[in-house]
Design a protein around this ligand. Structure first.
Ligand code: ADP
Length: 503
């Protein structure tokens, strides 16, 4: 049985995995880069090892250094988290060769599903519908033009090794095809060391709906229902919820069966996710499989009551799944907001830096998975995700109200965060009515970027207090002077709207 796990990751996911380790009586080992000496995961772990300089390539992606740390710590197993080496078959292979249990699927399953073209072929062979498109890689421009014309514009050019939206290009018409193809290939080469690309039909107004899978080493494969991930920006998820407001119980059952079938084609073991795209007529197609834990896994945990990391560790220990498909139910509704250190008013630019104050929301139905603390300096080198706010409530409507309340309570100063932007999404009528697809953010951008007086930062409130003090002095000493009347009336409105005059 596993007694010590090295977590080959950082940030909120490293801390989240360590929490389950602690509950299971398993010791956790952190690895960190030179930029992460003071990071939360280093503080939380039972032991910690530096694996290299700040850039990921030299540290969190440095297989040899991570395996050396595991050996030094005498760990039994490695949990890769998400991102970094989590879908790297070579890492899984080398870990096994070093006598370590890799908490994830086999290297074979990782490489089969990691190559999107191969995965599409495997799915087609086993009768799982895939997004209509090419069967082979687009080797040259003649072949590309011929295939795109057959499929019909608009089309999506995609990197076979792709992930994180890299190497993906929408092509609306023929004139854009060749330049987009060249860009996709060079982007893919730079990101993945592979320039294989293929084409898919571009689905208009689709939904991204994915299914959580768990499979043990005894042939039991189950799904833990769906996550609706259509609130996206530049093809990246921003908010996820479950159940999906878009699908019926019959459809859920059908998709769940297909998801299980998809996982079985590669003899999958562990936790994984089958992603589907669904068009407005409810036709659904396999998009890809992620052979790891997802960022948005907590909403599944919330509605099913299952700890997915615990399930992963149990599976890696060779145990049978503790629960059967029929025993699982989706109870209530869960929503996750991804909190990024970013400035949405400045084209969503990352906003790393020193976190001055942080007040996390509390109370009924909340979970925050984060890693930043007061006085922590968010490094520039890594993903700007700083925390995930997850709410649960008996109904979708109540979950939205709870999320609004929680976002209102969430205050972080020193850096810019996506909290006000997320609050605006909660305020949007389309989101509230569950009428949205993957274009929701771009379609509603103007509304979403508007100022929201109910989501002010401490700095704003401090300025307001300064204003009160200022007007007080003005009245006392120079009552005839009105100074800046415009800003005075703005602050007055702000004070009334936020009920601040009682302060
Ligand atoms: P990646 O692995 O790079 O994240 P995915 O294949 O998972 O890329 O797609 C990410 C997102 O891009 C999807 O959730 C969807 O919004 C959009 N997308 C991908 N393929 C298509 C398509 N064929 N038609 C329309 N949208 C698509």
């Amino acid at each position: 049985m596993i007694e010590k796990i090295l977590i080959a990751n950082r940030g909120e996911i490293a801390v989240r995995i360590m929490r389950t380790c602690r509950e299971m009586g398993i010791r956790s080992v952190a690895v960190y880069s030179e930029a992460d000496r003071k990071a939360m995961h280093v503080r939380y772990a039972d032991e910690a090892y530096c694996v290299g300089p700040a850039p990921s390539l030299d540290s969190y992606l440095n297989i040899d250094n991570i395996l050396k740390a595991a050996q030094e710590a005498n760990a039994d197993a490695i949990h890769p988290g998400y991102g970094f080496l989590s879908e790297n078959a070579l890492f899984a292979q080398k870990a096994a060769e070093a006598g370590l249990i890799f908490i994830g699927p086999s290297p074979e399953a990782i490489s089969l599903m990691g190559d999107k073209l191969t995965a599409r072929q495997l799915m087609t062979d086993s009768g799982v519908p895939v997004v209509p498109g090419s069967k082979e890689s687009m080797a040259d421009e003649t072949m590309l033009l011929k295939t795109a014309t057959e499929i019909g514009f608009p089309v999506m050019i995609k990197a076979s090794a792709g992930g994180g939206g890299k190497g993906m290009r929408l092509v609306k018409q023929e004139s854009e095809l060749i330049p987009a193809y060249r860009r996709a290939r060079s982007e893919s080469l730079a990101a993945f060391g592979d320039d294989t690309v293929y084409i898919e039909k571009y689905l208009e107004s689709p939904h991204h709906i994915e299914f959580q899978i768990l499979a043990d080493q005894h042939g039991n494969t189950i799904h833990l229902f769906e996550r609706e991930c259509s609130v996206q920006r530049r093809h990246q998820k921003v908010i996820e919820e479950t159940p999906s407001p878009f699908i019926t119980p019959e459809l859920r059952k059908k998709m769940g069966q297909q998801a299980i079938a998809a996982a079985k084609t590669v003899n999958y073991t562990g936790a994984g996710t089958i992603e589907f795209l669904m068009d407005k007529y409810h036709n659904f197609y396999f998009l890809e499989m992620n052979t790891r834990l997802q960022v948005e896994h907590p909403i599944t945990e919330r509605v099913t009551g299952k700890d997915l990391v615990k399930a992963q560790i149990n599976i890696a220990n060779g145990l049978e799944l503790e629960f059967k498909q029929e025993e699982l139910v989706q109870k209530g509704h869960a929503i996750e907001c991804r909190i990024y250190a970013e400035d949405h008013k400045n084209n969503f630019a990352p906003s790393p830096g020193l976190v001055k104050n942080i007040t996390e929301p509390m109370g009924l139905g909340l979970r925050t998975d984060g890693y930043v603390y007061e006085g922590y300096e968010i490094p520039i080198y890594y993903d700007p995700l700083i925390s995930k706010l997850i709410v649960w409530a008996p109904s979708r409507q109540e979950a939205i109200a709870r999320m609004k309340r929680a976002l209102y309570e969430y205050k972080i100063t020193g850096i810019k965060t996506s909290i006000p932007f997320l609050a605006k999404i909660m305020d949007s009528a389309a989101f509230q009515q569950g009428r949205y697809d993957t274009h929701f953010i771009e379609d509603n951008l103007e509304f979403l970027l508007e100022e929201d007086a109910t989501h002010q930062t401490y700095e704003d409130i401090a300025l307001f207090i300064a204003y009160l003090d200022y007007t007080d002095k003005l009245n006392k000493y120079t009552p005839e002077k009105t100074a800046d009347t415009k800003s005075q009336s703005n602050w007055k409105t702000f004070g009334h709207r936020n009920n601040l005059f009682h302060l």
